[in-house]
Design a protein around this ligand. Structure first.
Ligand code: HEM
Ligand code: HEM
Length: 197
C-alpha cells in the first residue's frame, strides 16, 4: 500500500501528488494577486506566504523525485493509443520540471533583488540567497522568467487535469481513481480465474 506496484500508485506517491498539486495550484492566484494589490502591508505578508509555500513545493518535489526513482511506475492501460501515452508522459515531464524551475526562479528573484529582503520559510527557517548577480536588470530577468514559467505551466496543468477528467468521466477507466486509492487495480486488468463462473 505504501509503495507503487505495476497496478497502482502507493499511498506515499498519492500523498506527494495531491499535497504538491494543491499548493502549486494555490500559488498561481496567490502570486497573481500579491503583485497587483495596492495594500503594501498585505502585499509584504502575501510575499512571505508565497515564498514559504514555494520553498515547501521545492523541498517536497525533491523528496518526491527520490521516491519516484525508488519505485516502479504503474503501467499505462493497454487501450491507450501511442499518441496518448507520449502526450501524457511529455506532460508529466514538463510538470516535474516546473516543480523545480518555478520555485528556483522565484528564489532567484529574491536573491538578485537590490532590496535583499531575507526569505523565511513560514517565519521559521532562514533561506540563504542564491549566489547570483544583484541588480535591477537581473531581478527583472528572473521575474519575467518566473512569471512566464508559472503561467505556461498553468496551461500544461490545465490540460493534465482535463485529461484526467476525460479518463474518468468519458473513458470510465481507473486512471484517476488509482491516483486516489492505493488499493485500486490496473485499468484494464483481465478477470482472474476465480471470478469466472
Ligand atoms: C510552486 C511554486 C511557485 C509558483 C507556482 C509561483 C507562481 C507565481 C506567480 C503566478 C507569480 C505572479 C507573476 C506575475 O503575474 O507577475 C509569482 C510572483 C512572484 N513569485 Fe512565485 N511562484 C512559486 C514559487 C516562488 C518562490 C519559491 C519564490 C521565492 C522564494 C517566489 C517568489 C516570487 C516573487 C518575488 C514574485 C513577484 C515578482 C514581481 O515582483 O513581479 N515564488 N509567482
Ligand atoms: C485537480 C488536479 C489534478 C488531477 C485531477 C490530477 C490527476 C492525475 C492523475 C490521474 C495522474 C496519474 C496519471 C497516470 O496514471 O498516468 C497524475 C499524475 C501526475 N500529476 Fe497530476 N493531477 C492534478 C494536478 C496536478 C498538478 C497541479 C501537478 C503539478 C504541477 C501534477 C503533476 C503530476 C505528475 C508529475 C504526475 C506523474 C506522476 C508519476 O507518474 O510519477 N498534477 N495526475
Amino acid at each position: 500500500m505504501l509503495r507503487n506496484s505495476r497496478d497502482s500508485f502507493g499511498l506515499i506517491s498519492i500523498l506527494f501528488h495531491w499535497i504538491i498539486a494543491l499548493i502549486f495550484i494555490g500559488q498561481i492566484p496567490l502570486g497573481y494577486w500579491m503583485v497587483r494589490t495596492s495594500d503594501f502591508a498585505l502585499q509584504f505578508s502575501l510575499y512571505q506566504w508565497h515564498k514559504s509555500f514555494g520553498f515547501l513545493v521545492l523541498g517536497l518535489s525533491a523528496l518526491r523525485l527520490v521516491w519516484k526513482f525508488a519505485n516502479t511506475r504503474p503501467a499505462d492501460p493497454s487501450a491507450m493509443a501511442t499518441w496518448e501515452r507520449i502526450g501524457s508522459h511529455v506532460a508529466h515531464v514538463l510538470l516535474y520540471l516546473s516543480l523545480f524551475a518555478i520555485p528556483l526562479t522565484g528564489w532567484a528573484i529574491a536573491s538578485s533583488s537590490p532590496l535583499q529582503i531575507p526569505s523565511f520559510m513560514f517565519n521559521f527557517v532562514v533561506i540563504p540567497p542564491l549566489p547570483l548577480t544583484i541588480s535591477d536588470s537581473a531581478e527583472a530577468f528572473w521575474t519575467a522568467s518566473h512569471a512566464w514559467l508559472a503561467y505556461v505551466s498553468a496551461v500544461v496543468a490545465a490540460c493534465h487535469i482535463l485529461a484526467a477528467l476525460h479518463h474518468h468521466f468519458w473513458k470510465r477507466d481507473s486512471i484517476l481513481t488509482r491516483m486516489l486509492d492505493p488499493r485500486r487495480k490496473a485499468p484494464e486488468r483481465a478477470p482472474t480465474q476465480d471470478v469466472i463462473p
